[in-house]
Design a protein around this ligand. Structure first.
Ligand code: UN1
Length: 516
């Protein structure tokens, strides 16, 4: 792609400018904000565009509007809310190529993954449309005669959605499309490292919302001041605060929500392992490991960070991985031959270098990579390090393509190692042994939110619930019954009889039994 002219026409088609505003309540007008920040191309380090910085007044105005829009939107029947999302999916299908290219340009993931991310939006939209005709509650047997016991689900309110740079489009849609069919409105605060993707999506939202009387269902706050996310977390109008990002930032924001008894949905860090046993088919395992460790330059929360291999196969796996890593084309994410693009910014490269240095100091042996790649842009080499599970650097999530290789002897030891980290998002076992697979899936097996057999840790489909345990935060988004988090449950009792029997068989009569 020609980064001059082609970017210009891409911007035109997506409604982007070199100077962009800061916020919109989704009513067709945009607010300039106070000051500005830059979106940069991580492959060159050069600025792409400037964006207004939303200030406290913008945040208040957007929240007021979202709260007001909720009062209208919750009255719209859910299947009609679904039609809005269906039209959004159609529009995304039409603009998939341009949006995928923009994602690749702005955050540096390869274009194939950029397109995959927009596909993930389309998938969750389709899911949400189906859901819009299926939201239902249980009817339960009442212990009281002539009583009905049931539950119904009502819209919840304003959802505050804070997303990370690495999935600048899909993670918002997991929240937004489900929330919208549930009858909620959504205030989006995207990462300051991916504001253009958010603006381009919002331009589409505006056009489609106008056709559905859905103005204000989605709104947008852009800024690079951490106070913005904190003010959403602390605001009582935000019924659900959905946060994707590091466990460290999650630790800071979740107490603000808890302090007002708000609802939190956390998708924080992962430290995902692949276990390879004696029987594993390496023709399956190797591509899954390389996609998991090197894909998105190691910047997915589902990235494979630890590789636990049966000692008898350690050398074979290391040799074959080294061979594969040597053939990974690193470079311009817009070049179809590239498999790994840059890290997001210079700070990420510094974190990568510091992690490699810390692993070396702990006694780690760098088997492949380990270095920054000189030149413009934020490139590093995919890295394989022989390490030990208990080292502090192995226990932490470093958002970079570093894979720690570790041997095990007994399968129980492999499971223990896999679980012995603070995070609990995704896990994988490559085996041909059915009993092993079942052992991995048992309650005493993987402690993660996602467990894969003969499939890698990253690249989850939207149909399942996505999220993890421990410091990953416990949240669940996307498919299955994750929608319940976006609604409030009401337990309903209806007495169709002429008497008032009490639950638990309690007798509560006036003396003499009559006279109420
Ligand atoms: C994330 O990295 O925050 O499972 C989300 C995956 C993607 C989503 C990752 N579907 O890798």
């Amino acid at each position: 792609m020609n980064r001059g002219r082609d970017v210009e026409s891409l911007f035109d088609r997506l409604g982007l400018a070199r100077t962009n505003p800061a916020a919109t309540a989704g009513d067709g007008t945009w607010r300039a904000g106070v000051g500005e920040f830059m979106s940069e191309d991580p492959a060159t380090g050069l600025p792409l565009a400037s964006i207004g910085r939303a200030g406290a007044a913008d945040c208040q105005a957007v929240l007021d509007a979202a709260a007001a829009a909720f009062l209208r939107w919750r009255e719209v029947p859910a299947p009609r809310r679904g039609l809005f999302v269906r039209d959004l999916a159609d529009e995304l299908r039409r603009q998939r190529d341009d949006l995928g290219t923009l994602v690749a340009l702005e955050v540096g993931k390869i274009r194939a993954e950029g397109l995959g991310e927009i596909q993930e939006m389309i998938d969750i939209a389709d899911y949400a449309v189906g859901l819009s005709r299926q939201i239902g509650g249980l009817t339960l047997p009442s212990e009281r005669p002539a009583h009905r016991l049931m539950e119904q689900w009502h819209p919840l309110g304003v959802v505050g959605c804070v997303t990370a740079f690495n999935f600048p489009a899909a993670v918002w849609s997991w929240n937004a499309f489900i929330a919208a069919v549930c009858g909620d409105t959504v205030v989006w605060k995207p990462s300051p490292k991916a504001p253009l993707t958010a603006i381009a999506i919002h331009r589409i939202v505006e056009r489609v919302a106008a056709r559905h009387d859905a103005a204000g269902v989605f709104s947008l706050l852009l800024g690079d001041d951490p106070a913005l996310a904190a003010s959403l977390a602390a605001d009582r109008r935000v019924a659900l605060f959905s946060f994707t990002g590091s466990s460290a930032v999650g630790h800071h924001l979740a107490p603000l929500v808890a302090a007002r008894f708000g609802r939190c949905l956390l998708e924080c860090g992962g430290n995902n392992a692949v276990i390879v046993d004696e029987t594993a088919d390496l023709d399956l395992a190797l591509p899954a490991i390389v996609f998991g460790a090197v894909g998105t330059a190691g910047q997915r929360c589902t990235t494979t960070r630890r590789l636990l291999v049966h000692a008898s196969r350690l050398d074979e796996v290391a040799t074959r991985l080294a061979h594969a890593y040597a053939r990974v084309r690193i470079g311009d994410p817009l070049d179809p031959a590239t498999l790994m693009g840059p890290l997001i910014d210079a700070a990420a490269v510094d974190h990568f270098a510091a992690a490699v240095a810390e692993a070396r100091a702990a006694g780690g042996r760098v088997l492949v990579g380990g270095e920054r790649i000189a030149g413009p842009g934020h490139f590093v080499a995919p890295t394989l390090i022989r390490a030990e599970n208990h080292w502090p650097i192995v226990q932490r999530e470093t958002f970079a393509p570093i894979l720690y290789l570790m041997p095990w002897q007994e399968f129980d030891e492999a499971i223990r190692m896999q679980n012995a980290v603070p995070q609990g998002l995704s896990s994988a076992l490559f085996t041909r042994d059915l009993l092993r697979a079942e052992r991995f899936l048992a309650a005493s097996g993987s402690d993660c939110g996602i467990a894969n057999i003969n499939a890698g840790t990253s690249g989850a489909e939207i149909g399942g619930a996505f999220g993890g345990e421990k410091e990953t935060g416990g949240g669940r988004e996307a498919g299955s019954d994750a929608w319940k988090r976006y609604m409030r449950r009401q337990t309903v009792v209806v007495n169709r009889g002429n008497t008032l029997p009490l639950a638990q068989g309690i007798v509560f009569d006036l003396p003499g039994g009559k006279g109420w």
